[in-house]
Design a protein around this ligand. Structure first.
Ligand SMILES: [Mg+2]
Length: 160
C-alpha cells in the first residue's frame, strides 16, 4: 500500500505518451512540492510547457491538503479543476475520480509524498506515481552548486 507503481525523476517525465502506454487517461496531481515549491504560488518556468501539453491531452485534477484560500488562487491561475483541503490520504480521491469520470485503474495519482499521495492513491486502486519533492531537489541542487562554487569563493591565489 505504501509502494508507488512508478517512480519518476521529475514531473517532466510524466508525458501523455508515458501515461497512454500504461492505459492511463487522467491525472490526479498533488500541489505542494509536486507542482509548486512548498508555500509558493507560481508555477516553476520549467513546468509551464509540460503542464500545457498534458492539459491539452487529458483531464487533470488538483488534489491538495493546502489551505483553501491559497489553493483557490493557485487553481484559478493554473485553470485546473480540483479541491482542497482534501485530507489525504483518507479523503478526496473518490471525489477526484468522480470529477474525472474515469475508473481508478485509468487514473494516475501523482505526488511527492508516500503517506498522503501514494497511500491515498493505492487505497482507491489508482496508478500511483512518486516524484521527488521540489523543495528537497532544490535544496540538493543548491548544495551542489555551492560545492561547485567553493573553490572560486576565495580571492585569486589567496587563502582569505
Ligand atoms: Mg506534496
Amino acid at each position: 500500500m505504501l509502494f508507488p507503481r512508478a517512480v519518476l525523476p521529475s514531473l517532466l517525465h510524466l508525458t501523455p505518451e508515458w501515461l497512454r502506454a500504461r492505459g492511463l487517461k487522467g491525472v490526479i496531481l498533488d500541489l505542494d512540492n509536486t507542482l509548486l515549491p512548498y508555500g509558493e504560488e507560481d508555477l516553476p518556468p520549467e513546468f509551464r510547457a509540460w503542464l500545457a501539453s498534458l492539459k491539452a491531452e487529458m483531464p487533470l485534477y488538483l488534489l491538495s491538503n493546502a489551505l483553501p484560500e491559497r489553493f483557490a488562487r493557485v487553481q484559478k491561475a493554473l485553470g485546473l479543476p480540483g479541491h482542497a483541503p482534501a485530507f489525504k490520504p483518507w479523503f478526496g480521491f473518490r471525489k477526484a475520480l468522480k470529477a474525472l469520470g474515469l475508473p481508478a485503474k485509468e487514473v494516475a495519482v501523482v505526488g511527492d509524498q508516500v503517506f498522503t499521495d501514494v497511500l491515498g492513491g493505492n487505497l482507491v486502486g489508482a496508478y500511483t506515481v512518486l516524484v521527488p519533492p521540489l523543495r528537497e531537489r532544490e535544496f540538493f541542487y543548491t548544495r551542489f552548486i555551492r560545492m561547485l562554487e567553493t573553490p572560486f569563493r576565495k580571492p585569486w591565489g589567496g587563502t582569505s
